[in-house]
Structures are given as C-alpha cells and as structure tokens.
Write a new protein. Structure first.
Length: 137
C-alpha cells in the first residue's frame, strides 16, 4: 500500500484555497482529521484534503469559480487534484482524485506538456457522454 502524503496545515490551506486560520479552526472543531507528529504538530493526510477540495471551487459566482478553466458549455466538470501522470510515447494517463474517488483519463502527451500538468495540481475532469448508467451495488 502506498504511504499517504501528509501536508502541513499551511500547505493544506493553500491547496484548498482557504486561509491558514480557517484550516486551524477546522482542525480544532474536528471538521478535518489530522495526524500528529511526535512533536505534537498537525499534519493533514492527502485523503482529507481530497474530501474538501470541492469546497475551494464551490464558493462564489460561477463565473469566478470557472476562471481557471476554459469557458465551455459542458457543465459536468469535476474538480480534483492530479495524483498521477504516466507518459508513454504520444499518450499520457492522468489520474485525478475527486472527493476520495479517482478518475483516470487518457490524453495526448502534448496536452499534458501544454497544460504544464504535474502531480498536486488542481484540474477539472469534463465528463461528456450521451448516456449515464447507474449500477446498484
């Protein structure tokens, strides 16, 4: 099993687009779980950040929320964090973590380079389909 990346509260606040004092309040109120170092310092696991990542894009006017993404007609945009990029020849596999779930897309290697994508970046997956199927588990 891959070890979980831990962020300092300041790093986590930056990834989530919130202030450091707000994140500290979340920690003290138990809204976000942390691990403590031997010295008693809080560290925020990557999975906890993934649970709250949508909050950073869900505030404010829709035009402001989508400023970092191209203006397109598709509304099925899921914002997440890039957790993996594998480039092989002309193609690349990009994995996003969205609310604790992962979605993988195969795009061109040129597109990855053009967007300057790297692990840890915030990106959106645009879902375009004529059908959506639901399977009951």
């Amino acid at each position: 099993m891959k070890p979980t990346k831990l962020f300092t509260p300041r790093e986590a606040a930056q990834v989530l687009g919130i202030s450091y004092p707000t994140l500290k309040q979340w920690i003290y109120k138990g809204k976000i779980r942390t691990a403590k170092t031997a010295g008693g310092h809080h560290r925020v696991p990557e999975k906890e950040i993934d649970k709250f990542l949508y909050h950073s894009s869900a505030r404010g006017d829709v035009r402001e929320r989508r400023n970092n993404f191209r203006r397109i007609s598709g509304r099925n945009q899921l914002v997440g964090r890039v957790t993996g990029i594998k480039i092989s020849g002309l193609m690349a596999q990009v994995t996003l973590s969205i609310g604790g779930q992962h979605i993988t897309s195969i795009i061109t290697a040129d597109a990855v380079r053009e967007m300057r994508l790297k692990t840890g970046d915030t990106a959106a997956a645009l879902i375009k389909s004529t059908e959506v199927m639901i399977i009951r588990g």
